[in-house]
Design a protein around this ligand. Structure first.
Ligand code: NAD
Length: 234
């Protein structure tokens, strides 16, 4: 049972040079969400959607984890059973900082993976373009491959892990999310203690429900947050 849940969003990777989503007026890297990140866009706008995720994969290849990723990985390795790490991020900066794939839940998918639309098998492709892999067909069943990303309007199967982690934890730590996709104000009400770290207040979060609030860069807040977690678990 993990007493601490650390839940991150795009903001934790901002200082590593990966653009956040809402901070750029809902345009993620100059694209309209409806065109490339919504349910159905693979059928109505397939080439542009695949090209968008090819570009995101290329974008993260040489990005480096920052101090906040590294501290969280260290905490997870020190308290493997007491801390659950879940992220909305689709980048691989926690993994580059040393997190194993089974030590973290990517709630919204993972850029380095493709999934078969027919048999649901998942394949790691690193930073390659989708159509350069497996002759653009599922190696298992020949079905059509897609980015292993949860688009807006699609089911997110790993939310079951989030529900379980919320039920188990006594302290929730939210870092770098605007709260537009996940209702983190509600999550804070489910737990005894809660910490929020964003660059600035968000219209989608009521920070009065949080035990501690840091409006600062994640790399600046993470030292205090780690100290709080360690004292909490002592
Ligand atoms: P968001 O873009 O909606 O919100 C970003 C939040 O991070 C804001 O509240 C902002 O104040 C905060 N922030 C910005 N810089 C920060 C910093 N240096 N330190 C601490 N906080 C900082 O992000 P979201 O809520 O995660 O929702 C975006 C969705 O888009 C997610 O579902 C995610 O899958 C996807 N996305 C992922 C990535 C990624 O994997 N790196 C990048 C963009 C979008």
């Amino acid at each position: 049972m993990a007493k601490v849940l650390i839940l991150s969003g795009a903001g934790i990777s901002a200082e590593s040079g990966i653009s956040t989503f809402r901070d750029s007026d809902g345009l993620w890297e100059k694209h309209r969400v409806e065109d490339v990140c919504s349910a159905g866009c693979l059928d109505t706008n397939g080439d542009a959607t695949r090209a968008f995720y090819d570009a995101r994969r290329e974008d993260i290849e040489f990005k480096e984890p920052n101090y906040a990723h590294k501290v969280i990985v260290e905490l997870k390795h020190t308290y493997p059973n007491d801390i659950a790490v879940l992220t909305q991020n689709v980048d691989d900066l926690f993994e580059k900082a040393g997190m194993q794939r089974d030590e973290i839940v990517h709630l919204h998918g993972f850029l380095r993976e493709l999934r078969c639309r027919a048999c649901e098998e998942v394949f790691e492709i690193g930073y390659k373009k989708q159509n350069e892999c497996f002759n653009a067909q599922c190696p298992e069943c020949g079905g059509e491959l897609r980015p292993n990303i949860v688009f807006f309007g699609e089911a997110a199967p790993l939310y079951a892990s989030l529900t379980q982690a919320l039920n188990e934890c006594e302290l929730i730590v939210i870092i770098g999310t605007s709260g537009n996709v996940l209702d983190v104000t509600y999550f804070a009400q489910l737990t005894d203690k809660s910490i929020l770290n964003n660059l600035e207040p968000s219209d989608a979060i009521d920070d009065s429900y949080f035990t501690k609030v840091y409006y600062s860069k994640a790399t600046e807040a993470i030292g205090d947050i780690a100290e709080y977690i360690e004292e909490f678990l002592a």
